[in-house]
Design a protein around this ligand. Sequence first.
Ligand code: BG6
Length: 490
Amino acid sequence: MTQFAADRLLLFGATGDLSRRKLLPSLCALDADGLLPEGLRIIGTARSQHDTAAFRGLAREALEEHLPSERRGSMATFLNRLTYIPLDAKTLEGFDALASHIVELGKGEGDGGLAIFLSTAPSLFGPTIAGLQHAGLADDNVRMCLEKPLGSDLASSAEINDAVAAAFPEERIFRIDHYLGKETVQNLLALRFANILFEPIWNATYIEHVQITVAETVGLEGRVAFYDDAGALRDMVQNHMLQLLALVAMEPPTSFDAAPVRDEKVKVLRALRPAAANETVIGQYRAGAIGGQAVPGYDEELAGHDLEPSDTETFAAIKAHVDNWRWKGVPFYLRTGKRLPERVTEILVQFRCVPHSIFEGAHAAGLQPNKLLIGIQPEENITLSLMAKVPGLDEDGVALREVPLEIAIPDAFVGQHRRIAYERLLVDLIKGDQTLFVRRDEVEAQWHWIDEIRAEWGAKGMAPRPYTAGSWGPSAAIALAERDGVSWHE
Ligand code: BG6
């Protein structure tokens, strides 16, 4: 851990979408709860020619739109922390003025440091870092936080990582995967490693398969060009889904610190077997309806932005394998897509059947293997399905039925805020705790696996299969699981 606490936070892309929807609201909510260092100053920069007053105005609008009023606290106090310096990051000009402003703000504040949050197009990463170096903003008390997309394959990701590494050592680089900031994702670690119950059976002897679903109802949401270049595999699987998989599959780390947690995750990512073409299904949505509302097809959304139809996948299902002792022979079924019937992120752990059933008779067929369902969003709950005896005299033999043992996290922790994932990540960035940030070797192991899949798709000429918006993807995705006797959890 780099030990200094930042007393200045510099936001590149400060007028952009992420800043307005997530970063400024998260910072304001933290401030309202007294969780920002008292003297923390937040400097916004972007190309738009605003002054501080105009930026504060934009920030106020963003907060009113994206942060519930009860979480805003005194907005005026928060807005007073903000200043703004316009800058075209493509040229070195302007970085000196930015640096003097930052140095000025840091004067007399002790030995605090600077945290930089880069939420700009990756094409600006290189020039921005060059500008920061030129202006002396890359020394030992500066840390750098990067938002995805960090490349579009292993080579381009390595290029970005090299450019950043030329100015910052790995212990001062913070790569965001906002799923790691989600409370329920962290809860997965608590469930696995703060309870004795699960670890002894968390392996191939007792677990039959795992399903990870990240389903969205939204379509392109104004990010048409970006998404059409990326597709579901690179937009969702490469990062969020592989992080979830790594947390489910990792060995127990020795502590909840950056090095042990990330060491264990990367071992899992490196143990992923290349997925064969027949273990992947891709799809693209056609017009349909979600929640009774008609929605256009992907082609039509592209046409609305003057783009030609493309072969970009908006849905991907993959049967993944982690080739190590613990997970030998246990498939991990991953599924994600846009325009699916509901927004849900969940992990299902399907245990094996009991080795021998003592129950016979007409109802014995009711015996089901146990299941653990971890709801990440929108519902945060943990449900363990257990078998119970149906009350009765059992004239035809003992009747069994599955009953849920259910914990709804919001009910168990009444009165706690549901925090934005970025709140946790921003606090950790300011403190310098890398545990919930992604290390370079993890990102590269993720890309390595993804690149192999894309190469396989290319070699086999795989194109996305159509699915109707509002359905659970192409029927081949159902078949992918069903040919193993598995049904997707719905
Ligand atoms: C982003 C993807 O990383 O995650 C988006 O680029 C996706 O396409 C989003 O919609 C989903 O995040 P969340 O937190 O809403 O599940």
